[in-house]
Design a protein. Structure first.
Length: 395
């Protein structure tokens, strides 16, 4: 090797050196590097001690993770945010923060199935007591939080029955009991609700749903105080819940159209809910925008820009009717998730909440005829025409 020209192998090994430029890309690049060059040992100390901003190892932090976390924080009105590998990683990081053996958690009795599995399984095995309560019932919430707790976990709009807890009341009760209020805001999104403004301490998202918006990414996000998010990032790095740079990049791209998508989908959902309520094959429609919803007044206080894009409804004929209805649809697809630009549906008893004992599902109102509809941004007449075709098959 000469001073002028490195050896061929050396040139190959150093092929990815940055190209100097006085301009910046309009779209932030995907930073796939697992590790970052640090110029001096003094810089190492400054990075680890928080005196300098930068990145060391992608498990602990990456520009794309930081970009997503800060964006979600701005949308939620938070000091800081963090990206997680999945929505459940975000929930776990929020709930585990500061938790110790003997602590008590108060959780909504109708949480998403995997959130319920986390609380019933690993946490109970670690000596943490979990009380499941109808937190949308103010009297039940008061009774449950009359004694100390470490954390309260609830969904701003519940999955799948679309119940709404009274967040300001719940925040006051939680704080009086010494608990942090953690709110899963996946269904509502910050377009419709910002729980921190109502007193919550931490907000979590399954970004796989509306934030990403195209069913092509699996990711989670949190937002809250700078201190809480620092602890969350540490937990995520320690437990291996770090989000990939590419998934963070995809989610930021999805958020660019979040307001447009939610505006259209929410308007569509209200029209769809009213249509379903008019059909004799439908025994019940759950949608906060309907005056018949038990928490409609609460939804008018807590939600803005509409009532969300999720609609659930009960078919009078149970699972047999659900099977015939789904088979008769021509456009709307069965998919056990939500938040896509196109309308999809799911069957909670067989997917998201199949881990619940049958008697508990029945008690909560998650019947075998319950359909969960994630309304998309299509022309609403096309959505209704397909639903009509499915319902006509039940006659």
């Amino acid at each position: 090797m000469t001073d002028e020209m490195p050896d061929f192998a050396t040139l190959c090994a150093g092929a990815d050196k940055p190209v100097p430029s006085v301009t910046q890309p309009l779209v932030a690049p995907i930073v796939t590097s697992a590790v970052f060059h640090i110029p001096t040992l003094e810089t190492v100390d400054a990075l680890y001690e928080g005196r300098a901003e930068g990145f060391i190892y992608t498990r602990d932090g990456n520009p794309n993770q930081a970009a997503l976390g800060r964006l979600v924080a701005r949308l939620e009105g938070a000091e800081d945010g963090a990206a997680a590998a999945t929505g459940m990683a975000a929930v776990a990081a929020a709930v585990l923060d500061g938790l110790k053996q003997g602590d008590r958690i108060v959780a909504a009795h109708d949480l998403y199935g995997k959130s319920m599995a986390l609380l019933r399984g690993p946490l109970s095995g670690f000596g943490v007591r979990v009380d499941f309560v109808d937190l949308a019932d103010n009297n039940a919430a008061r009774a449950a939080l009359a004694q100390p707790a470490a954390a309260v976990l609830v969904e701003s709009v519940s999955n799948p029955l679309l119940h709404l807890p009274d967040l300001p009341l719940l925040a006051g009760l939680a704080h009086a009991a010494g608990a942090r209020l953690v709110v899963d805001n996946t269904f509502a999104t910050p377009y419709h609700c910002t729980p921190l403004a109502h007193g919550a301490d931490v907000v979590v998202h399954s970004g796989t749903k509306y934030l990403g918006g195209h069913s092509d990414v699996t990711i989670g996000a949190l937002a809250g105080s700078a201190e809480a998010m620092g602890r969350a990032r540490s937990l995520l790095a320690t437990f291996g819940g770090t989000a990939s740079p590419f998934d963070c990049w995809l989610t930021v791209r999805g958020i660019k159209t979040l307001a447009l998508r939610m505006e259209r989908a929410s308007a569509n959902a209200l029209t769809v809910a009213r249509f379903l309520a008019s059909r004799p094959e439908v025994a019940r429609v759950n949608y906060p925008g309907l005056e018949t919803h038990p928490h409609h007044e609460r939804a008018c206080r807590l939600l803005r820009n509409g009532f969300g894009a999720m609609v659930t409804f009960d078919l009078a004929g149970g699972v047999a009717a659900a099977e015939r209805f789904i088979a008769a649809l021509r456009y709307i697809r069965f998919a056990p998730s939500l938040g896509d630009v196109s309308t999809t549906l799911s069957h909670p008893a067989k997917t998201s909440h199949r881990g619940y004992p049958p008697e508990q599902r029945e008690r909560l109102g998650i019947t075998d005829g319950l359909i969960r509809l994630s309304v998309g941004i299509e022309r609403v007449g096309d959505i209704i025409a397909d639903l009509e075709h499915g319902l006509d098959a039940l006659r």
